[in-house]
Design a protein around this ligand. Structure first.
Ligand SMILES: NC(=O)c1ccc[n+]([C@@H]2O[C@H](COP(=O)([O-])OP(=O)(O)OC[C@H]3O[C@@H](n4cnc5c(N)ncnc54)[C@H](OP(=O)(O)O)[C@@H]3O)[C@@H](O)[C@H]2O)c1
Length: 163
């Protein structure tokens, strides 16, 4: 998840409707804008914040004492967290599967760099409008394969492979 979703929505990112393990939350935050009062700091697994050497290091301690773990990684040419370095670091930590829970800028980065294996789109019966979807340009149009559609209550969930 990107830090702008944390700043905008203050999500808890806990699994609440079913029993089972809580996935490890990871936030992309190049310059450490993560708020020290974010609800994610109370996540049962603790939050990992992927950041860069260009971050505001004065904020390291304030976040670490609240249980956050900082993953300091290289930056891409735009100064944001290098996603390939992130995936390599997570693999070393034993994480082999990642669900990228948007928003639009983070989704676009993963799609532009060809780092997603599959896409899950949930269509719900609310029209919100606005630019909250992956942005152009992508290197080429995305074609989903082996798609599966499932109606869940009022929602429609579409699964498809990219590779
Ligand atoms: N399920 C859903 O429908 C869903 C899920 C999540 C979010 N959302 C919505 O999405 C909206 C927020 O989306 P958003 O596009 O504004 O922000 P975002 O994707 O949540 O966060 C983007 C920020 O992440 C940081 N970042 C660090 N490394 C990055 C990288 N390699 N690529 C891209 N970003 C990187 C950047 O900030 P720095 O440069 O400061 O690091 C960037 O501005 C919210 O309104 C939220 O409600 C919806």
């Amino acid at each position: 998840m990107g830090v702008d979703t944390v700043l905008g929505d203050d999500p808890r990112l806990t699994v609440r409707l079913v029993e089972g393990p809580q996935p490890q939350p990871i936030v992309l935050d190049s310059s450490l804008r993560f708020p020290t009062r974010a609800r994610l700091l109370a996540h049962p697994r603790g939050v990992w914040i992927a950041t860069t050497p260009q971050r505001d290091t004065d904020r390291d301690r304030a976040l670490e004492v609240r249980g956050a773990r900082l993953l300091v990684l290289g930056a891409d040419e735009a100064g944001r967290v290098d996603l390939r370095a992130l995936l390599a670091a997570l693999h070393r930590e034993g994480i082999a599967s990642l669900m990228v829970e948007g928003g639009a800028r983070v989704l676009t980065s993963f799609l532009q760099q060809g780092l997603a294996d599959a896409v899950v789109v949930t269509v719900c019966p609310y029209y919100l409008g606005g630019p909250r979807a992956p942005e152009a340009p992508l290197p080429q149009p995305l074609r989903l394969r082996e798609t599966v559609c499932q109606v869940l209550g009022e929602d429609v969930v579409i699964w498809g492979r990219l590779k």
